[in-house]
Design a protein around this ligand. Structure first.
Ligand SMILES: [Zn+2]
Ligand SMILES: [Zn+2]
Length: 427
């Protein structure tokens, strides 16, 4: 069996024979995605290592020191008030000048009676980045003061996909193309701050290596001897034998053979998201008042009218709002059925599909961001106004539920089903 290593900057693959020639200092590790137990030789800090069976990344070569992460956090903190409070776009409409900022968009949503939808937008674009910065500050300070860092490290790993600044930035682009039909637009100072903030947050998230942070703050003795009792912790990715209380010795989260109730929770989230997807697509998501006349648009009719003026942007919105949520539901449905039927065929395809929907799922929030920003841009009362329809809430809820469904599905169950006729669902 071989392990693949790749240099992060050059990208050149290096193949190292791992099993057969036992190197000193190598350690046993289980893959968090397929549960294979393999021997991992010493990996240099800048090298990536991949699982020999499913090619999941088991060691990330990208890593920044706490000092560098702290510097990034401070810069992000300084940019935040400008990125969120200053106007992202200036608009000249019917002789008047309107400015729209991120916080104004959220405020408009609250004023129009949809605080829950506003909360969804606020969480992805403001709260999650603030929590990210606060968590880095806590780690930096807590390390010096000797505080318990475990809860913050556990939370940081989950937080990563909810920082949606990149999606909001694309949303600004889509909103400005939509609105430029009606009015003349110019970028505001907030847009530059927002773009810088987005770039810094992406760089920070790429280099925030949770594995290395755990290793730095809570160093553990790695498993040097083969033992079938070795389990991998899904929270901190450490492979070990559970302690006396059945917990991971590094992060203190209970160690299970498989994620408990994984299939049941995934089914529940999936069915609930289907219930929300129906009204999300059938009810109007946006309502435009032109000279007092009310014009309603569903997700699909909105995309069709956008396609008449700008096909590429309509395609982006179509992929994010219709293709991704429905593909995700379909893929999860197929995966769950394949687990129940102990399906053996097409395992590779199913694993690739699961990774794909995990990666792309968060982009569905795009439409909500576009609506929020457009609402604060086009708001001239009776003459021309843009407001949100009831579908927006259902749509946001469906997207969040599908993200959770993917998170709750234990991919090791797919391998179990593939391997034996009597896969165990829970511990
Ligand atoms: Zn694997
Ligand atoms: Zn752990």
């Amino acid at each position: 069996m071989t392990l693949k290593f790749r240099h992060p900057s050059s990208g050149n693959p290096l193949t190292i024979h791992a099993i057969g020639e036992v190197l000193p200092q190598s350690r046993y590790q289980r893959c968090p995605e397929c549960d294979t137990l393999f021997l991992l030789p010493v990996v240099k800090s800048h090298q990536d290592a991949f699982c020999p069976r499913c090619h999941a990344k088991v060691h990330n070569g990208r890593d920044w020191s706490m000092t560098r992460l702290g510097a990034m956090a401070i810069t992000m903190l300084l940019l935040m008030p400008f990125a969120w409070g200053e106007p992202l776009l200036h608009l000249w409409l019917l002789g008047s000048h309107i400015e729209a900022s991120l916080l104004q968009g959220v405020r408009q949503m609250v004023l129009q009676g949809s605080p829950l939808t506003a909360a969804m937008v606020l969480f992805g674009s403001v709260a999650a980045p603030v929590i990210l910065v606060a968590a880095i500050a806590y780690l930096w300070l807590g390390n010096i003061l000797g505080m318990n860092l475990r809860p913050v490290l556990l939370m940081l790993d989950k937080l990563k996909e909810w920082v949606m600044l990149d999606i909001y930035l694309v949303g600004i682009g889509v909103a400005s193309i939509k609105v430029s039909e009606y009015a003349f637009l110019q970028p505001g100072i907030g847009l530059y701050a927002f773009a810088a903030l987005t770039l810094l947050s992406i760089l920070t998230l790429i280099h925030l290596n949770m594995e290395e942070l755990w290793e730095r703050f809570y160093p553990q003795k790695p498993a040097r001897h083969h033992n079938q009792q070795l389990r991998v912790c899904l929270s901190c990715h450490f492979t070990s034998v559970a302690d006396k209380r059945g917990r991971c010795p590094r992060c203190h989260v209970p160690l299970h053979h498989r994620r408990p109730m994984s299939v049941q929770k995934c089914w529940a989230a999936l069915i609930a998201s289907l219930f929300f997807l129906l009204p999300a697509n059938l009810l109007p998501i946006s309502i435009i008042y032109v000279n007092g006349a009310r014009q309603e648009d569903t997700i699909l009719s909105g995309i069709l009218s956008l396609a008449s003026s700008n096909v590429p942007v309509a395609a982006v919105v179509f992929v994010a709002s219709i293709l991704v949520p429905f593909t995700k539901v379909l893929v999860l449905f197929t995966l769950l059925i394949s687990i129940h039927l102990k399906c053996e065929q097409g395992l590779k395809t199913r694993i690739l599909l699961l990774r794909f929907v995990t990666w792309i799922g968060r982009w569905s929030m795009l439409d909500l961001f576009v609506i929020s920003l457009t609402m604060s841009l086009v708001n001239r009362d009776q003459l021309l106004a843009f407001t949100m329809g009831p579908a927006a809430f259902y749509f946001g809820a469906a997207v969040i539920l599908t993200i959770l469904a993917v998170e709750w599905l234990d991919s090791r169950l797919l391998w179990d089903a593939h391997e034996s006729g009597n896969a165990r669902f829970t511990d």
